[in-house]
Design a protein around this ligand. Structure first.
Ligand code: KG4
Ligand code: ZN
Length: 352
Protein backbone atom coordinates (compact mmCIF):
# COMPACT_ATOMS: atom_id res chain seq x y z
CA UNK A 1 0.00 0.00 0.00
CA UNK A 2 1.40 3.41 -1.01
CA UNK A 3 -0.02 6.75 0.16
CA UNK A 4 0.73 10.22 -1.19
CA UNK A 5 0.96 12.80 1.60
CA UNK A 6 0.48 16.56 1.19
CA UNK A 7 1.43 19.14 3.84
CA UNK A 8 0.57 22.86 3.53
CA UNK A 9 -0.58 23.89 7.02
CA UNK A 10 2.13 26.44 7.74
CA UNK A 11 5.21 27.68 5.87
CA UNK A 12 6.49 24.43 4.38
CA UNK A 13 5.07 22.97 1.20
CA UNK A 14 5.71 19.23 1.21
CA UNK A 15 4.80 16.05 -0.66
CA UNK A 16 5.83 12.50 0.15
CA UNK A 17 5.16 8.87 -0.72
CA UNK A 18 5.24 6.27 2.05
CA UNK A 19 4.31 2.59 2.01
CA UNK A 20 2.85 0.31 4.65
CA UNK A 21 6.24 -1.36 5.08
CA UNK A 22 7.39 1.91 6.75
CA UNK A 23 9.47 2.89 3.74
CA UNK A 24 9.71 6.54 2.68
CA UNK A 25 9.79 6.34 -1.12
CA UNK A 26 10.02 10.11 -1.59
CA UNK A 27 9.98 13.10 0.76
CA UNK A 28 10.27 16.60 -0.68
CA UNK A 29 9.96 19.79 1.37
CA UNK A 30 10.10 23.34 0.09
CA UNK A 31 10.51 25.99 2.78
CA UNK A 32 8.99 29.45 2.29
CA UNK A 33 11.57 30.94 4.67
CA UNK A 34 12.87 33.45 2.12
CA UNK A 35 9.37 34.75 1.31
CA UNK A 36 8.54 35.49 4.97
CA UNK A 37 12.00 36.62 6.09
CA UNK A 38 11.43 40.36 5.50
CA UNK A 39 8.37 40.25 7.80
CA UNK A 40 10.04 38.44 10.72
CA UNK A 41 7.22 35.88 10.83
CA UNK A 42 4.72 34.00 8.70
CA UNK A 43 2.28 36.06 6.61
CA UNK A 44 -0.78 33.83 5.96
CA UNK A 45 -1.66 35.33 2.54
CA UNK A 46 1.89 34.95 1.25
CA UNK A 47 1.99 31.38 2.59
CA UNK A 48 -1.24 30.36 0.81
CA UNK A 49 -0.12 31.79 -2.54
CA UNK A 50 3.31 30.20 -2.25
CA UNK A 51 1.74 26.77 -1.58
CA UNK A 52 -0.49 27.22 -4.63
CA UNK A 53 2.47 28.16 -6.83
CA UNK A 54 4.58 25.09 -6.08
CA UNK A 55 2.39 22.23 -4.86
CA UNK A 56 1.59 20.60 -8.23
CA UNK A 57 5.25 20.58 -9.27
CA UNK A 58 6.27 19.28 -5.86
CA UNK A 59 3.88 16.32 -6.12
CA UNK A 60 5.29 15.54 -9.57
CA UNK A 61 8.81 15.74 -8.07
CA UNK A 62 7.86 13.30 -5.31
CA UNK A 63 6.41 10.80 -7.81
CA UNK A 64 9.54 11.15 -9.99
CA UNK A 65 11.83 10.67 -6.98
CA UNK A 66 9.94 7.50 -6.04
CA UNK A 67 10.02 6.35 -9.67
CA UNK A 68 6.26 5.67 -9.73
CA UNK A 69 3.12 7.12 -11.29
CA UNK A 70 -0.22 7.90 -9.64
CA UNK A 71 -1.45 4.48 -10.82
CA UNK A 72 0.77 2.93 -8.13
CA UNK A 73 -0.77 5.07 -5.37
CA UNK A 74 -3.51 3.66 -3.10
CA UNK A 75 -4.65 6.76 -1.23
CA UNK A 76 -4.24 10.54 -0.98
CA UNK A 77 -3.65 12.09 2.44
CA UNK A 78 -3.64 15.85 2.99
CA UNK A 79 -3.25 17.89 6.16
CA UNK A 80 -6.73 19.26 6.87
CA UNK A 81 -5.82 21.12 10.09
CA UNK A 82 -4.93 22.65 12.41
CA UNK A 83 -3.11 25.50 10.67
CA UNK A 84 -3.50 28.54 8.44
CA UNK A 85 -6.77 28.18 6.54
CA UNK A 86 -5.49 29.47 3.18
CA UNK A 87 -2.67 26.96 3.05
CA UNK A 88 -4.86 24.13 4.35
CA UNK A 89 -7.39 24.78 1.58
CA UNK A 90 -4.67 24.57 -1.09
CA UNK A 91 -3.51 21.16 0.17
CA UNK A 92 -6.98 19.75 0.85
CA UNK A 93 -8.41 20.85 -2.53
CA UNK A 94 -5.39 19.49 -4.40
CA UNK A 95 -5.64 16.19 -2.54
CA UNK A 96 -9.36 15.89 -3.14
CA UNK A 97 -8.88 16.75 -6.82
CA UNK A 98 -6.37 13.94 -7.32
CA UNK A 99 -8.51 11.52 -5.30
CA UNK A 100 -11.63 12.35 -7.32
CA UNK A 101 -9.87 12.19 -10.69
CA UNK A 102 -8.23 8.85 -9.88
CA UNK A 103 -11.06 7.30 -7.86
CA UNK A 104 -8.76 6.98 -4.83
CA UNK A 105 -9.64 7.19 -1.13
CA UNK A 106 -9.05 10.61 0.48
CA UNK A 107 -7.66 10.93 4.00
CA UNK A 108 -8.06 14.23 5.88
CA UNK A 109 -5.14 14.12 8.29
CA UNK A 110 -4.69 16.08 11.51
CA UNK A 111 -1.21 17.65 11.36
CA UNK A 112 -0.69 16.84 15.04
CA UNK A 113 -1.55 13.20 14.39
CA UNK A 114 1.17 13.27 11.73
CA UNK A 115 3.71 14.35 14.37
CA UNK A 116 2.23 11.94 16.91
CA UNK A 117 2.52 8.84 14.69
CA UNK A 118 5.98 9.61 13.24
CA UNK A 119 7.66 7.39 15.86
CA UNK A 120 5.70 4.41 14.49
CA UNK A 121 7.02 5.18 10.99
CA UNK A 122 10.65 5.55 12.12
CA UNK A 123 10.80 3.01 14.95
CA UNK A 124 7.73 0.83 14.58
CA UNK A 125 6.75 1.27 18.24
CA UNK A 126 3.51 -0.16 19.63
CA UNK A 127 0.62 1.65 21.31
CA UNK A 128 0.27 3.04 23.91
CA UNK A 129 3.12 5.53 24.38
CA UNK A 130 3.67 8.87 26.05
CA UNK A 131 4.16 11.73 23.61
CA UNK A 132 5.60 15.17 24.19
CA UNK A 133 4.44 17.24 21.23
CA UNK A 134 6.45 20.47 21.04
CA UNK A 135 6.07 22.69 17.99
CA UNK A 136 5.51 26.30 17.01
CA UNK A 137 1.86 26.27 18.04
CA UNK A 138 1.59 23.31 20.44
CA UNK A 139 3.15 22.12 23.64
CA UNK A 140 1.40 19.16 25.20
CA UNK A 141 1.71 15.69 26.68
CA UNK A 142 -0.54 13.05 25.16
CA UNK A 143 -1.15 9.41 25.90
CA UNK A 144 -1.22 7.95 22.38
CA UNK A 145 -3.53 4.96 22.79
CA UNK A 146 -4.31 4.15 19.16
CA UNK A 147 -4.78 5.85 15.79
CA UNK A 148 -7.36 8.56 16.49
CA UNK A 149 -7.26 7.94 20.26
CA UNK A 150 -5.28 10.59 22.13
CA UNK A 151 -5.66 11.64 25.74
CA UNK A 152 -4.17 14.97 26.66
CA UNK A 153 -2.37 14.93 30.01
CA UNK A 154 -1.14 18.51 30.05
CA UNK A 155 -0.69 21.55 27.82
CA UNK A 156 0.61 25.09 27.82
CA UNK A 157 -1.49 27.74 29.51
CA UNK A 158 0.01 30.47 27.31
CA UNK A 159 2.76 30.18 24.67
CA UNK A 160 3.99 27.03 22.95
CA UNK A 161 7.68 26.23 23.41
CA UNK A 162 8.50 26.89 19.74
CA UNK A 163 6.64 30.20 19.91
CA UNK A 164 8.83 31.19 22.88
CA UNK A 165 11.97 30.25 20.91
CA UNK A 166 10.72 32.31 17.96
CA UNK A 167 9.90 35.35 20.10
CA UNK A 168 13.23 35.25 21.93
CA UNK A 169 15.03 34.96 18.58
CA UNK A 170 13.19 38.02 17.38
CA UNK A 171 14.13 39.99 20.52
CA UNK A 172 17.77 39.01 20.01
CA UNK A 173 17.65 40.00 16.34
CA UNK A 174 18.32 36.43 15.20
CA UNK A 175 15.55 36.29 12.58
CA UNK A 176 13.03 33.58 11.78
CA UNK A 177 12.51 30.67 12.28
CA UNK A 178 13.90 31.25 15.72
CA UNK A 179 14.46 27.81 17.22
CA UNK A 180 17.46 26.75 15.15
CA UNK A 181 18.98 30.27 15.41
CA UNK A 182 18.65 30.33 19.22
CA UNK A 183 20.14 26.84 19.43
CA UNK A 184 23.14 27.85 17.30
CA UNK A 185 23.68 30.99 19.41
CA UNK A 186 23.31 29.04 22.67
CA UNK A 187 26.16 26.71 21.68
CA UNK A 188 28.76 29.41 22.43
CA UNK A 189 26.94 31.05 25.36
CA UNK A 190 27.16 30.81 29.15
CA UNK A 191 23.87 29.40 30.44
CA UNK A 192 24.60 30.49 34.01
CA UNK A 193 25.01 34.22 33.22
CA UNK A 194 21.31 35.16 33.36
CA UNK A 195 19.14 33.80 36.20
CA UNK A 196 15.88 33.30 34.28
CA UNK A 197 12.68 32.01 35.94
CA UNK A 198 11.33 28.49 35.44
CA UNK A 199 7.53 28.93 35.57
CA UNK A 200 5.51 25.93 36.85
CA UNK A 201 8.61 24.11 38.10
CA UNK A 202 7.66 21.68 40.85
CA UNK A 203 3.91 22.36 40.48
CA UNK A 204 1.41 19.51 40.36
CA UNK A 205 0.33 18.19 36.99
CA UNK A 206 2.11 18.62 33.67
CA UNK A 207 0.92 21.92 32.22
CA UNK A 208 3.44 24.42 30.87
CA UNK A 209 3.85 28.18 30.94
CA UNK A 210 6.44 30.13 28.97
CA UNK A 211 5.21 33.72 28.92
CA UNK A 212 6.93 34.71 32.20
CA UNK A 213 10.21 33.35 30.90
CA UNK A 214 9.80 35.30 27.68
CA UNK A 215 9.11 38.50 29.66
CA UNK A 216 12.21 37.87 31.79
CA UNK A 217 14.31 37.62 28.62
CA UNK A 218 12.88 40.95 27.43
CA UNK A 219 13.68 42.57 30.79
CA UNK A 220 17.23 41.18 30.68
CA UNK A 221 17.67 42.71 27.22
CA UNK A 222 16.32 46.06 28.43
CA UNK A 223 18.92 46.06 31.21
CA UNK A 224 21.74 45.74 28.65
CA UNK A 225 23.36 48.76 26.95
CA UNK A 226 20.92 50.31 24.40
CA UNK A 227 21.10 49.35 20.70
CA UNK A 228 21.40 45.93 19.08
CA UNK A 229 22.27 43.12 21.49
CA UNK A 230 26.02 42.35 21.34
CA UNK A 231 26.89 38.87 20.07
CA UNK A 232 28.33 37.70 23.40
CA UNK A 233 25.27 38.88 25.34
CA UNK A 234 22.94 37.27 22.79
CA UNK A 235 24.81 33.97 23.10
CA UNK A 236 24.61 34.03 26.92
CA UNK A 237 20.91 34.94 26.83
CA UNK A 238 20.16 32.24 24.26
CA UNK A 239 22.00 29.66 26.36
CA UNK A 240 20.28 30.79 29.58
CA UNK A 241 16.87 30.69 27.86
CA UNK A 242 17.42 27.26 26.34
CA UNK A 243 18.57 25.91 29.71
CA UNK A 244 15.41 27.29 31.36
CA UNK A 245 13.15 25.72 28.70
CA UNK A 246 14.94 22.39 29.10
CA UNK A 247 14.56 22.49 32.91
CA UNK A 248 10.85 23.29 32.61
CA UNK A 249 10.19 20.54 30.07
CA UNK A 250 12.10 17.92 32.07
CA UNK A 251 10.25 18.79 35.28
CA UNK A 252 6.89 18.62 33.50
CA UNK A 253 7.90 15.39 31.74
CA UNK A 254 8.62 13.77 35.12
CA UNK A 255 5.04 14.51 36.18
CA UNK A 256 3.64 13.36 32.82
CA UNK A 257 5.48 10.03 33.12
CA UNK A 258 3.90 9.45 36.53
CA UNK A 259 0.42 10.21 35.15
CA UNK A 260 0.94 8.02 32.12
CA UNK A 261 2.20 5.13 34.24
CA UNK A 262 -0.77 5.35 36.57
CA UNK A 263 -2.93 4.29 33.63
CA UNK A 264 -0.57 2.34 31.38
CA UNK A 265 1.70 0.65 33.88
CA UNK A 266 3.04 -1.96 31.49
CA UNK A 267 4.05 0.43 28.76
CA UNK A 268 7.30 2.31 28.74
CA UNK A 269 8.04 4.49 25.74
CA UNK A 270 8.54 8.25 25.78
CA UNK A 271 8.39 9.92 22.36
CA UNK A 272 9.18 13.53 21.51
CA UNK A 273 7.85 15.06 18.28
CA UNK A 274 7.31 18.43 16.57
CA UNK A 275 9.75 21.12 15.46
CA UNK A 276 11.24 21.82 18.91
CA UNK A 277 12.12 18.11 19.17
CA UNK A 278 14.99 19.02 16.80
CA UNK A 279 16.69 20.83 19.71
CA UNK A 280 19.74 18.83 20.79
CA UNK A 281 19.80 20.08 24.41
CA UNK A 282 16.15 19.13 24.87
CA UNK A 283 16.63 15.72 23.25
CA UNK A 284 19.66 14.98 25.43
CA UNK A 285 17.77 16.02 28.57
CA UNK A 286 14.77 13.86 27.68
CA UNK A 287 17.00 10.89 26.83
CA UNK A 288 18.62 11.20 30.27
CA UNK A 289 15.25 11.45 32.02
CA UNK A 290 13.92 8.41 30.13
CA UNK A 291 17.01 6.40 31.09
CA UNK A 292 16.57 7.34 34.78
CA UNK A 293 12.88 6.39 34.57
CA UNK A 294 13.76 3.15 32.75
CA UNK A 295 11.73 4.19 29.74
CA UNK A 296 12.50 3.60 26.10
CA UNK A 297 13.10 6.97 24.36
CA UNK A 298 12.31 7.71 20.72
CA UNK A 299 13.10 10.99 18.96
CA UNK A 300 12.64 11.01 15.18
CA UNK A 301 15.53 12.13 12.96
CA UNK A 302 15.69 15.95 12.72
CA UNK A 303 14.23 16.04 9.23
CA UNK A 304 11.08 14.28 10.45
CA UNK A 305 10.72 16.50 13.55
CA UNK A 306 10.01 19.69 11.62
CA UNK A 307 7.09 19.85 9.21
CA UNK A 308 7.14 17.33 6.38
CA UNK A 309 4.73 15.26 4.31
CA UNK A 310 6.17 11.82 5.12
CA UNK A 311 4.40 12.04 8.49
CA UNK A 312 1.14 12.95 6.74
CA UNK A 313 1.49 10.08 4.25
CA UNK A 314 2.25 7.72 7.15
CA UNK A 315 -0.80 8.89 9.14
CA UNK A 316 -2.69 8.24 5.87
CA UNK A 317 -1.33 4.66 5.76
CA UNK A 318 -2.35 4.10 9.38
CA UNK A 319 -5.85 5.42 8.72
CA UNK A 320 -6.33 3.72 5.35
CA UNK A 321 -5.47 0.28 6.70
CA UNK A 322 -8.12 0.77 9.39
CA UNK A 323 -10.66 1.91 6.81
CA UNK A 324 -10.80 5.45 8.24
CA UNK A 325 -11.44 7.12 4.88
CA UNK A 326 -12.90 10.65 4.64
CA UNK A 327 -15.61 11.97 2.30
CA UNK A 328 -14.72 14.50 -0.39
CA UNK A 329 -16.58 17.21 1.51
CA UNK A 330 -14.35 16.84 4.57
CA UNK A 331 -13.57 20.40 5.70
CA UNK A 332 -10.26 22.15 6.31
CA UNK A 333 -10.14 22.98 10.03
CA UNK A 334 -7.97 25.84 11.33
CA UNK A 335 -8.58 24.57 14.85
CA UNK A 336 -8.59 20.82 15.46
CA UNK A 337 -7.48 19.48 18.86
CA UNK A 338 -6.29 15.86 18.98
CA UNK A 339 -8.16 15.28 22.22
CA UNK A 340 -11.51 17.06 21.85
CA UNK A 341 -12.51 16.02 25.39
CA UNK A 342 -9.58 17.77 27.04
CA UNK A 343 -10.61 20.80 29.08
CA UNK A 344 -9.42 24.19 27.88
CA UNK A 345 -6.17 24.99 29.68
CA UNK A 346 -6.63 27.77 32.24
CA UNK A 347 -5.61 31.05 30.64
CA UNK A 348 -5.20 29.47 27.19
CA UNK A 349 -6.20 31.44 24.12
CA UNK A 350 -7.98 30.16 21.04
CA UNK A 351 -5.12 27.95 19.88
CA UNK A 352 -5.99 24.29 19.23
O1 KG4 B 1 6.48 21.33 13.88
P1 KG4 B 1 6.97 22.58 13.27
O2 KG4 B 1 7.96 22.49 12.13
O3 KG4 B 1 5.80 23.49 12.82
C1 KG4 B 1 4.61 23.54 13.57
O4 KG4 B 1 3.77 22.63 13.38
O5 KG4 B 1 4.52 24.47 14.43
O6 KG4 B 1 7.63 23.44 14.47
C2 KG4 B 1 8.19 24.70 14.22
C3 KG4 B 1 8.74 25.25 15.51
C4 KG4 B 1 9.21 26.70 15.39
O7 KG4 B 1 8.73 27.42 16.48
C5 KG4 B 1 10.72 26.56 15.42
O8 KG4 B 1 11.37 27.71 15.93
C6 KG4 B 1 10.90 25.36 16.33
O9 KG4 B 1 9.88 24.47 15.94
N1 KG4 B 1 12.21 24.72 16.16
C7 KG4 B 1 13.14 24.64 17.12
C8 KG4 B 1 14.28 24.02 16.53
N2 KG4 B 1 13.97 23.73 15.23
C9 KG4 B 1 12.69 24.16 15.02
N3 KG4 B 1 13.13 25.04 18.41
C10 KG4 B 1 14.26 24.84 19.13
N4 KG4 B 1 15.38 24.28 18.64
C11 KG4 B 1 15.44 23.85 17.35
N5 KG4 B 1 16.55 23.29 16.87
ZN1 ZN C 1 4.26 20.77 12.86
Amino acid sequence: MIVLGIETSCDETAAALVDDGRRILADVVLSQREAHLPYGGIVPEIAARAHLDVLDALIRDALAAAGIGLDAVDGIAATAGPGLIGGLLVGVMTGKGIAAARGLPFLAVNHLEGHALTARLTDGIAFPYLLLLVSGAHCQFLAVEDVGRYRRLGTTVDDAAGEAFDKVARMLGLGYPGGPAVERMAATGDASRFALPRPMLGRDGCDFSFSGLKTAVRQAIEALPPGPVAAGDAADLAASFQAAVTDIVLDRAGHAIARFRARHAASGTLVVAGGVAANAALRAGLAGLAARERMNFVAPPLRLCTDNAAMIAWAGVERLRRGLVDPLDAPARPRWPLDPDAPRAPGAGVKA
